[in-house]
Design a protein around this ligand. Structure first.
Ligand code: ZN
Length: 429
Protein backbone atom coordinates (compact mmCIF):
# COMPACT_ATOMS: atom_id res chain seq x y z
CA UNK A 1 0.00 0.00 0.00
CA UNK A 2 2.82 2.40 0.83
CA UNK A 3 4.39 1.41 -2.45
CA UNK A 4 1.14 2.45 -4.12
CA UNK A 5 1.22 5.82 -2.40
CA UNK A 6 4.80 6.31 -3.56
CA UNK A 7 4.40 5.14 -7.13
CA UNK A 8 0.80 5.64 -8.30
CA UNK A 9 1.07 8.86 -10.30
CA UNK A 10 -2.13 10.69 -11.01
CA UNK A 11 -2.84 11.16 -14.68
CA UNK A 12 -4.86 13.80 -16.51
CA UNK A 13 -6.00 12.96 -20.05
CA UNK A 14 -3.65 9.98 -19.99
CA UNK A 15 -0.67 12.14 -19.04
CA UNK A 16 1.14 11.65 -15.73
CA UNK A 17 1.19 14.54 -13.30
CA UNK A 18 2.49 15.22 -9.76
CA UNK A 19 1.00 16.33 -6.45
CA UNK A 20 2.74 19.69 -6.77
CA UNK A 21 1.37 20.22 -10.27
CA UNK A 22 -2.15 19.40 -9.04
CA UNK A 23 -1.87 21.83 -6.12
CA UNK A 24 -0.55 24.44 -8.53
CA UNK A 25 -3.53 24.07 -10.85
CA UNK A 26 -5.94 24.30 -7.89
CA UNK A 27 -4.20 27.46 -6.66
CA UNK A 28 -3.95 29.26 -9.96
CA UNK A 29 -6.12 27.91 -12.79
CA UNK A 30 -9.35 29.68 -13.71
CA UNK A 31 -10.41 26.91 -16.11
CA UNK A 32 -12.97 24.85 -14.22
CA UNK A 33 -12.69 21.84 -16.56
CA UNK A 34 -8.92 21.73 -16.00
CA UNK A 35 -9.43 22.17 -12.25
CA UNK A 36 -11.97 19.35 -12.12
CA UNK A 37 -9.75 17.00 -14.13
CA UNK A 38 -6.85 17.59 -11.72
CA UNK A 39 -9.03 17.30 -8.64
CA UNK A 40 -10.37 13.95 -9.84
CA UNK A 41 -6.84 12.83 -10.76
CA UNK A 42 -5.77 13.50 -7.16
CA UNK A 43 -8.30 10.86 -6.02
CA UNK A 44 -6.91 8.08 -8.25
CA UNK A 45 -4.49 6.92 -5.58
CA UNK A 46 -7.45 6.58 -3.19
CA UNK A 47 -9.22 4.30 -5.62
CA UNK A 48 -6.03 2.22 -5.89
CA UNK A 49 -5.62 1.73 -2.13
CA UNK A 50 -9.16 1.89 -0.65
CA UNK A 51 -9.71 -1.89 -0.59
CA UNK A 52 -6.35 -2.38 1.12
CA UNK A 53 -7.07 0.35 3.68
CA UNK A 54 -10.31 -1.42 4.61
CA UNK A 55 -8.51 -4.77 4.89
CA UNK A 56 -5.84 -3.13 7.03
CA UNK A 57 -8.49 -1.53 9.27
CA UNK A 58 -9.94 -5.01 9.86
CA UNK A 59 -6.50 -6.42 10.72
CA UNK A 60 -5.90 -3.51 13.08
CA UNK A 61 -9.27 -4.19 14.74
CA UNK A 62 -8.44 -7.88 15.09
CA UNK A 63 -5.14 -7.09 16.81
CA UNK A 64 -6.80 -4.54 19.11
CA UNK A 65 -9.58 -6.96 20.08
CA UNK A 66 -7.07 -9.66 20.98
CA UNK A 67 -5.74 -7.18 23.54
CA UNK A 68 -9.23 -6.54 24.90
CA UNK A 69 -10.06 -3.26 23.18
CA UNK A 70 -13.41 -2.52 21.47
CA UNK A 71 -11.61 -1.69 18.22
CA UNK A 72 -8.40 -0.11 16.91
CA UNK A 73 -9.75 3.42 17.36
CA UNK A 74 -10.29 2.80 21.10
CA UNK A 75 -6.86 1.17 21.41
CA UNK A 76 -4.98 4.02 19.73
CA UNK A 77 -6.61 6.61 21.97
CA UNK A 78 -5.85 4.52 25.06
CA UNK A 79 -2.21 4.13 23.99
CA UNK A 80 -2.03 7.91 23.54
CA UNK A 81 -3.53 8.45 27.01
CA UNK A 82 -6.55 10.22 25.50
CA UNK A 83 -9.98 9.54 26.91
CA UNK A 84 -12.47 8.87 24.10
CA UNK A 85 -15.49 10.42 25.83
CA UNK A 86 -13.49 13.56 26.61
CA UNK A 87 -12.16 13.78 23.06
CA UNK A 88 -15.55 13.38 21.39
CA UNK A 89 -17.15 15.92 23.75
CA UNK A 90 -14.32 18.33 22.90
CA UNK A 91 -14.99 17.79 19.16
CA UNK A 92 -18.70 18.56 19.74
CA UNK A 93 -17.74 21.74 21.59
CA UNK A 94 -15.35 22.78 18.81
CA UNK A 95 -18.11 22.11 16.29
CA UNK A 96 -20.43 24.48 18.18
CA UNK A 97 -17.71 27.12 18.52
CA UNK A 98 -16.49 27.08 14.91
CA UNK A 99 -19.72 26.40 12.96
CA UNK A 100 -20.84 30.02 12.52
CA UNK A 101 -17.44 31.74 12.04
CA UNK A 102 -16.47 28.97 9.60
CA UNK A 103 -19.71 29.48 7.68
CA UNK A 104 -18.94 33.20 7.43
CA UNK A 105 -15.29 32.67 6.43
CA UNK A 106 -16.35 30.12 3.81
CA UNK A 107 -19.05 32.44 2.47
CA UNK A 108 -16.36 35.06 1.84
CA UNK A 109 -14.06 32.49 0.21
CA UNK A 110 -16.94 31.28 -2.00
CA UNK A 111 -17.65 34.87 -3.06
CA UNK A 112 -14.04 35.79 -3.86
CA UNK A 113 -12.99 32.50 -5.50
CA UNK A 114 -16.37 32.23 -7.23
CA UNK A 115 -15.83 35.67 -8.78
CA UNK A 116 -12.37 34.63 -10.00
CA UNK A 117 -13.95 31.59 -11.67
CA UNK A 118 -16.98 33.49 -12.98
CA UNK A 119 -19.53 31.47 -10.97
CA UNK A 120 -22.02 32.19 -8.19
CA UNK A 121 -20.90 31.39 -4.62
CA UNK A 122 -23.44 28.56 -4.35
CA UNK A 123 -22.06 26.91 -7.49
CA UNK A 124 -18.68 26.21 -5.85
CA UNK A 125 -17.65 22.55 -5.97
CA UNK A 126 -14.73 20.83 -4.13
CA UNK A 127 -12.49 21.25 -7.22
CA UNK A 128 -12.98 25.04 -7.07
CA UNK A 129 -10.98 25.46 -3.83
CA UNK A 130 -7.23 25.95 -3.66
CA UNK A 131 -6.51 22.63 -1.95
CA UNK A 132 -7.48 19.02 -2.74
CA UNK A 133 -9.11 18.48 0.67
CA UNK A 134 -10.11 22.07 1.49
CA UNK A 135 -7.85 21.93 4.53
CA UNK A 136 -6.04 25.21 3.78
CA UNK A 137 -7.10 28.83 3.43
CA UNK A 138 -6.59 30.56 0.08
CA UNK A 139 -5.01 33.99 -0.25
CA UNK A 140 -8.05 36.14 -1.03
CA UNK A 141 -6.03 39.25 -1.88
CA UNK A 142 -3.82 40.10 -4.82
CA UNK A 143 -0.98 41.00 -2.44
CA UNK A 144 2.09 38.80 -2.79
CA UNK A 145 3.24 37.79 0.71
CA UNK A 146 6.13 35.81 -0.81
CA UNK A 147 7.73 38.84 -2.42
CA UNK A 148 9.70 40.28 0.54
CA UNK A 149 11.16 36.81 1.19
CA UNK A 150 12.32 36.16 -2.37
CA UNK A 151 15.88 37.35 -1.72
CA UNK A 152 16.16 36.02 1.85
CA UNK A 153 18.10 33.09 3.26
CA UNK A 154 15.09 31.65 5.11
CA UNK A 155 17.07 29.24 7.28
CA UNK A 156 19.38 32.02 8.42
CA UNK A 157 16.49 34.39 9.10
CA UNK A 158 14.62 31.79 11.14
CA UNK A 159 17.76 31.00 13.14
CA UNK A 160 18.22 34.75 13.70
CA UNK A 161 14.68 34.93 15.10
CA UNK A 162 15.23 31.98 17.46
CA UNK A 163 18.57 33.47 18.60
CA UNK A 164 16.79 36.76 19.35
CA UNK A 165 14.50 34.98 21.83
CA UNK A 166 17.44 33.21 23.46
CA UNK A 167 17.05 29.86 21.70
CA UNK A 168 19.94 28.39 19.74
CA UNK A 169 18.77 26.57 16.62
CA UNK A 170 22.17 26.68 14.91
CA UNK A 171 23.36 23.22 16.05
CA UNK A 172 20.19 21.77 14.47
CA UNK A 173 20.58 23.65 11.19
CA UNK A 174 24.23 22.63 11.01
CA UNK A 175 23.19 18.95 10.93
CA UNK A 176 20.17 19.40 8.67
CA UNK A 177 19.49 18.77 5.00
CA UNK A 178 17.78 21.97 3.93
CA UNK A 179 17.45 22.29 0.17
CA UNK A 180 15.93 20.50 -2.80
CA UNK A 181 17.88 17.86 -4.66
CA UNK A 182 16.77 15.50 -7.42
CA UNK A 183 15.29 12.34 -5.92
CA UNK A 184 15.06 13.78 -2.41
CA UNK A 185 11.97 13.28 -0.21
CA UNK A 186 9.89 16.37 -1.06
CA UNK A 187 8.28 17.16 2.33
CA UNK A 188 9.68 18.21 5.71
CA UNK A 189 10.24 16.64 9.11
CA UNK A 190 12.45 16.91 12.17
CA UNK A 191 13.98 14.02 14.06
CA UNK A 192 15.89 13.50 17.29
CA UNK A 193 18.72 11.07 16.51
CA UNK A 194 20.12 10.26 19.94
CA UNK A 195 18.17 12.28 22.54
CA UNK A 196 21.47 13.91 23.48
CA UNK A 197 21.40 16.93 21.21
CA UNK A 198 21.79 15.40 17.75
CA UNK A 199 18.60 16.83 16.27
CA UNK A 200 18.16 17.16 12.51
CA UNK A 201 15.59 18.54 10.12
CA UNK A 202 14.92 17.61 6.53
CA UNK A 203 13.44 20.38 4.44
CA UNK A 204 13.26 21.64 0.86
CA UNK A 205 13.41 25.34 1.63
CA UNK A 206 12.37 27.89 -0.94
CA UNK A 207 12.29 31.61 -0.19
CA UNK A 208 8.52 31.96 0.26
CA UNK A 209 5.91 32.31 3.00
CA UNK A 210 4.93 28.67 3.06
CA UNK A 211 8.53 27.56 3.68
CA UNK A 212 8.98 30.32 6.24
CA UNK A 213 6.07 28.73 8.13
CA UNK A 214 7.50 25.23 7.65
CA UNK A 215 11.03 26.29 8.74
CA UNK A 216 9.71 27.95 11.90
CA UNK A 217 7.54 24.85 12.46
CA UNK A 218 10.23 22.20 12.00
CA UNK A 219 12.75 24.13 14.09
CA UNK A 220 10.03 24.47 16.75
CA UNK A 221 10.00 20.64 16.93
CA UNK A 222 13.79 20.74 16.82
CA UNK A 223 14.47 23.16 19.66
CA UNK A 224 11.91 21.31 21.82
CA UNK A 225 13.89 18.07 21.43
CA UNK A 226 17.19 19.91 21.81
CA UNK A 227 16.30 21.55 25.13
CA UNK A 228 14.68 18.57 26.91
CA UNK A 229 16.70 18.00 30.11
CA UNK A 230 19.47 15.60 29.13
CA UNK A 231 19.70 13.94 32.56
CA UNK A 232 16.19 12.49 32.29
CA UNK A 233 15.98 8.73 31.70
CA UNK A 234 16.02 7.89 27.99
CA UNK A 235 12.32 7.10 27.69
CA UNK A 236 11.30 10.37 29.37
CA UNK A 237 13.79 12.39 27.33
CA UNK A 238 11.24 13.36 24.68
CA UNK A 239 8.22 15.59 24.25
CA UNK A 240 5.40 15.63 26.84
CA UNK A 241 3.01 14.35 24.16
CA UNK A 242 2.95 14.28 20.40
CA UNK A 243 0.42 17.15 20.39
CA UNK A 244 2.67 19.20 22.71
CA UNK A 245 5.51 19.31 20.19
CA UNK A 246 2.96 20.03 17.44
CA UNK A 247 1.70 22.95 19.57
CA UNK A 248 5.18 24.49 19.87
CA UNK A 249 5.82 24.00 16.15
CA UNK A 250 2.44 25.47 15.20
CA UNK A 251 2.78 28.46 17.51
CA UNK A 252 6.08 29.45 15.90
CA UNK A 253 4.78 28.59 12.42
CA UNK A 254 1.91 31.06 12.89
CA UNK A 255 4.48 33.89 12.99
CA UNK A 256 4.80 33.48 9.23
CA UNK A 257 1.23 34.85 8.95
CA UNK A 258 1.91 38.12 10.80
CA UNK A 259 2.67 41.36 8.95
CA UNK A 260 3.95 42.93 12.20
CA UNK A 261 6.39 40.02 12.54
CA UNK A 262 7.57 40.61 8.95
CA UNK A 263 8.14 44.26 9.83
CA UNK A 264 9.96 43.62 13.09
CA UNK A 265 12.23 41.14 11.32
CA UNK A 266 13.05 43.93 8.84
CA UNK A 267 11.50 42.29 5.76
CA UNK A 268 8.84 44.93 5.03
CA UNK A 269 8.40 48.59 5.94
CA UNK A 270 5.74 50.04 8.21
CA UNK A 271 3.45 51.17 5.39
CA UNK A 272 3.43 47.65 3.90
CA UNK A 273 2.83 46.11 7.33
CA UNK A 274 -0.16 48.40 7.84
CA UNK A 275 -1.52 47.55 4.41
CA UNK A 276 -0.99 43.77 4.75
CA UNK A 277 -1.92 43.34 8.42
CA UNK A 278 -5.68 42.78 8.13
CA UNK A 279 -5.39 40.42 5.13
CA UNK A 280 -2.71 38.29 6.78
CA UNK A 281 -4.71 38.15 10.02
CA UNK A 282 -7.79 37.09 8.09
CA UNK A 283 -5.87 34.38 6.25
CA UNK A 284 -4.52 32.91 9.50
CA UNK A 285 -7.92 33.04 11.15
CA UNK A 286 -9.71 31.35 8.27
CA UNK A 287 -6.84 28.86 8.07
CA UNK A 288 -7.39 27.81 11.69
CA UNK A 289 -11.18 27.56 11.20
CA UNK A 290 -10.88 25.59 7.94
CA UNK A 291 -8.36 23.19 9.46
CA UNK A 292 -10.52 22.70 12.55
CA UNK A 293 -13.51 21.68 10.42
CA UNK A 294 -11.27 19.33 8.43
CA UNK A 295 -10.14 17.71 11.70
CA UNK A 296 -13.82 17.12 12.52
CA UNK A 297 -14.11 15.06 9.32
CA UNK A 298 -10.93 13.09 9.98
CA UNK A 299 -11.62 12.05 13.59
CA UNK A 300 -15.27 11.17 12.97
CA UNK A 301 -14.45 9.22 9.81
CA UNK A 302 -11.80 7.17 11.58
CA UNK A 303 -14.19 6.43 14.44
CA UNK A 304 -16.73 5.15 11.89
CA UNK A 305 -14.15 3.28 9.82
CA UNK A 306 -13.01 1.17 12.78
CA UNK A 307 -16.51 0.81 14.27
CA UNK A 308 -17.71 -0.76 11.02
CA UNK A 309 -15.25 -1.15 8.13
CA UNK A 310 -17.97 -2.85 6.05
CA UNK A 311 -20.31 0.13 5.95
CA UNK A 312 -20.64 2.42 2.90
CA UNK A 313 -17.48 4.43 3.62
CA UNK A 314 -18.02 6.75 0.68
CA UNK A 315 -21.40 7.76 2.11
CA UNK A 316 -19.82 8.22 5.55
CA UNK A 317 -16.98 10.35 4.13
CA UNK A 318 -19.06 12.65 1.94
CA UNK A 319 -21.72 12.99 4.63
CA UNK A 320 -19.06 14.29 7.04
CA UNK A 321 -17.46 16.52 4.37
CA UNK A 322 -20.87 18.05 3.67
CA UNK A 323 -21.81 18.45 7.34
CA UNK A 324 -18.50 19.87 8.63
CA UNK A 325 -16.82 21.46 5.60
CA UNK A 326 -19.94 22.61 3.80
CA UNK A 327 -18.88 20.98 0.50
CA UNK A 328 -21.06 19.11 -1.97
CA UNK A 329 -20.27 15.57 -3.10
CA UNK A 330 -19.33 15.73 -6.79
CA UNK A 331 -21.48 13.44 -8.92
CA UNK A 332 -18.50 11.98 -10.79
CA UNK A 333 -16.08 11.45 -7.92
CA UNK A 334 -14.95 7.79 -7.83
CA UNK A 335 -15.63 5.37 -4.97
CA UNK A 336 -12.67 5.17 -2.60
CA UNK A 337 -11.67 8.82 -3.09
CA UNK A 338 -11.56 9.16 0.73
CA UNK A 339 -8.51 6.86 0.87
CA UNK A 340 -6.42 9.46 -0.99
CA UNK A 341 -5.75 11.00 2.44
CA UNK A 342 -2.56 9.11 3.26
CA UNK A 343 -2.90 9.51 7.04
CA UNK A 344 -5.81 7.05 7.11
CA UNK A 345 -3.45 4.34 5.93
CA UNK A 346 -0.07 5.27 7.37
CA UNK A 347 -0.67 7.31 10.56
CA UNK A 348 -4.04 6.01 11.77
CA UNK A 349 -6.06 7.76 14.52
CA UNK A 350 -3.39 10.45 14.78
CA UNK A 351 -4.84 13.44 12.98
CA UNK A 352 -6.76 14.83 15.98
CA UNK A 353 -3.39 15.63 17.58
CA UNK A 354 -3.00 18.50 15.11
CA UNK A 355 -6.20 20.09 16.40
CA UNK A 356 -5.15 19.51 20.01
CA UNK A 357 -1.81 21.10 19.03
CA UNK A 358 -3.64 24.15 17.68
CA UNK A 359 -5.54 24.48 20.98
CA UNK A 360 -2.36 24.22 23.03
CA UNK A 361 -0.54 26.63 20.68
CA UNK A 362 -3.19 29.23 21.51
CA UNK A 363 -2.86 28.42 25.20
CA UNK A 364 0.92 28.96 24.98
CA UNK A 365 0.30 32.34 23.32
CA UNK A 366 -2.07 33.29 26.15
CA UNK A 367 0.50 32.16 28.75
CA UNK A 368 3.19 34.26 27.01
CA UNK A 369 0.92 37.29 27.16
CA UNK A 370 0.50 36.89 30.94
CA UNK A 371 3.97 35.71 31.91
CA UNK A 372 6.26 37.42 29.41
CA UNK A 373 4.41 40.33 27.77
CA UNK A 374 3.20 41.89 31.02
CA UNK A 375 -0.48 41.17 30.42
CA UNK A 376 -0.59 42.84 26.99
CA UNK A 377 -2.49 40.88 24.33
CA UNK A 378 -0.37 38.32 22.50
CA UNK A 379 1.43 39.87 19.53
CA UNK A 380 3.85 37.83 17.37
CA UNK A 381 6.11 40.85 16.77
CA UNK A 382 6.57 41.34 20.53
CA UNK A 383 8.44 38.01 20.72
CA UNK A 384 11.32 39.20 18.52
CA UNK A 385 14.36 40.13 20.58
CA UNK A 386 12.76 39.11 23.88
CA UNK A 387 15.00 36.60 25.67
CA UNK A 388 12.29 35.94 28.26
CA UNK A 389 10.32 34.12 25.56
CA UNK A 390 13.12 31.60 25.18
CA UNK A 391 13.48 31.27 28.94
CA UNK A 392 9.74 30.53 29.23
CA UNK A 393 9.94 27.76 26.64
CA UNK A 394 13.17 26.24 27.93
CA UNK A 395 12.09 26.12 31.56
CA UNK A 396 8.34 25.60 31.43
CA UNK A 397 7.81 23.71 28.19
CA UNK A 398 10.94 21.91 26.97
CA UNK A 399 12.89 20.93 30.10
CA UNK A 400 10.33 18.56 31.71
CA UNK A 401 10.32 16.22 28.70
CA UNK A 402 7.85 13.40 29.23
CA UNK A 403 8.27 13.38 33.00
CA UNK A 404 4.66 14.49 33.63
CA UNK A 405 1.31 13.12 32.46
CA UNK A 406 0.32 15.47 29.60
CA UNK A 407 -2.65 16.87 31.51
CA UNK A 408 -0.36 18.05 34.30
CA UNK A 409 2.26 19.26 31.87
CA UNK A 410 -0.28 21.51 30.14
CA UNK A 411 -1.42 22.93 33.48
CA UNK A 412 2.13 23.52 34.63
CA UNK A 413 3.27 25.12 31.38
CA UNK A 414 0.23 27.32 30.69
CA UNK A 415 -1.54 27.63 34.05
CA UNK A 416 -4.73 26.02 32.69
CA UNK A 417 -6.13 22.65 31.68
CA UNK A 418 -6.25 21.97 27.96
CA UNK A 419 -9.40 23.56 26.56
CA UNK A 420 -10.61 25.42 23.44
CA UNK A 421 -10.87 28.69 25.41
CA UNK A 422 -7.68 30.43 24.20
CA UNK A 423 -8.16 29.11 20.64
CA UNK A 424 -11.71 30.46 20.59
CA UNK A 425 -10.65 33.81 22.05
CA UNK A 426 -8.17 34.30 19.22
CA UNK A 427 -9.93 32.81 16.21
CA UNK A 428 -13.67 32.66 16.95
CA UNK A 429 -15.23 36.10 16.85
ZN1 ZN B 1 4.79 19.22 12.97
Amino acid sequence: MEQNFNTVRASVDGKETTDNAIEDVLKTSTDRAVRQAHYLASKQVGVAVATDVVALAKLRNEAARKLGFRDFFAMQLALNEQDETWLLALWDELDRLTAEPFRAAKARIDTVLGARLGIKPDEMMPHDYSNRFFQEAPNLTTQDFDKPLADKDIAREVARFYRSIGIDADPILARSDLFERPGKYPHAFCTDIDRQGDVRALMNIKPNQSWLDTSLHELGHGVYSYYVKRDLPYFLRGEAHIFATEAVAMMFGRLAESAAFFQTMGWIDEATATAWGPAMDEKLRSQELIFSRWCQVMLRFEKGLYANPDQDLDALWWGLVERYQGLRRPANVPKGAWAAKIHLASVPVYYHNYQLGALLASQLEAALSVQVLGGKPYEPAALVGNARVGAFFKERVFAPGASLPWQEFVKQATGHELSPKAFAARFVK
